[in-house]
Design a protein around this ligand. Structure first.
Ligand SMILES: Cc1cc2nc3c(=O)[nH]c(=O)nc-3n(C[C@H](O)[C@H](O)[C@H](O)COP(=O)(O)O)c2cc1C
Length: 192
């Protein structure tokens, strides 16, 4: 049944890299702050870097809760459920950081992914605890395909349109914390 693992071993790596969706939970420090839970897992946007590190490409979208909470306190839990094959649930508790598309090391991190359309950041998680549980209650589901909507939607906006969208939607979390406020204001002379 449930087990705590020393690290992400080859079996766990194979399992989590095969999942088409995973879930990311973060929270602000404020006692009355809103806890966030986001689905992720667009094909090709997740990778296991090593036994203690995972990363994914964070696509421009209507919210930026994960970024806001990581920038405030770093706490994060990532969960993978087996919707096919043997039952399993894997949780990775750790500390995450945001590598913004404006950061010097973005290109190096982004090189791990093939499709960068709409990317605003790479989220890098240092995993402090690896555990699994039985997954006996997880339903069996068939993956019918990707919707292929988010990245084309962002691609149609172009780089400037994505920056406009982020300035409008991503600057703060729903609690008002700084989120993705990296895009230079249109009046700024040049990106930092
Ligand atoms: C099934 C599913 C998979 C998703 N996969 C991703 C993904 O791989 N990367 C991503 O940035 N957003 C993905 N999204 C959108 C996110 O759930 C979310 O809206 C967006 O990333 C903002 O998340 P945040 O508020 O946690 O920062 C996905 C949404 C769904 C419904």
């Amino acid at each position: 049944m449930g087990k705590v693992h020393e690290q992400i071993d080859d079996r766990l790596r194979t399992f989590i890299q095969a999942q088409h969706v995973f879930f990311v939970a973060t929270a602000p420090l404020a006692a009355d702050g809103r806890v966030n839970l986001s689905p992720k897992g667009i094909d090709g946007t997740f990778t296991v870097v090593d036994e203690r590190t995972v990363a994914w490409l964070d696509i421009t979208a209507s919210g930026a809760e994960t970024i806001a909470h990581l920038r405030e306190n770093g706490r994060i839990t990532v969960m993978f459920c087996a919707f096919t094959g043997p039952p399993n649930i894997v949780r990775l508790h750790g500390r995450g950081r945001v590598v913004s598309l404006y950061d010097a090391d973005f290109d190096a991190w982004a090189a791990r992914f093939d499709d960068l359309r709409g990317a605003r950041a790479v989220i890098v998680v240092h995993v402090e605890r690896v555990s699994d549980s039985c997954g006996y209650g997880v339903p069996l589901l068939e993956h019918a395909g990707e919707r292929d909507l988010l990245q084309p939607f962002m691609e149609r906006k172009g780089a400037d349109g994505q920056a406009d969208y982020r300035r409008l939607k991503n600057r703060t979390s729903i609690d008002g914390l700084p989120a993705f406020d990296d895009d230079p204001l249109p009046t700024d002379p040049a990106p930092r």
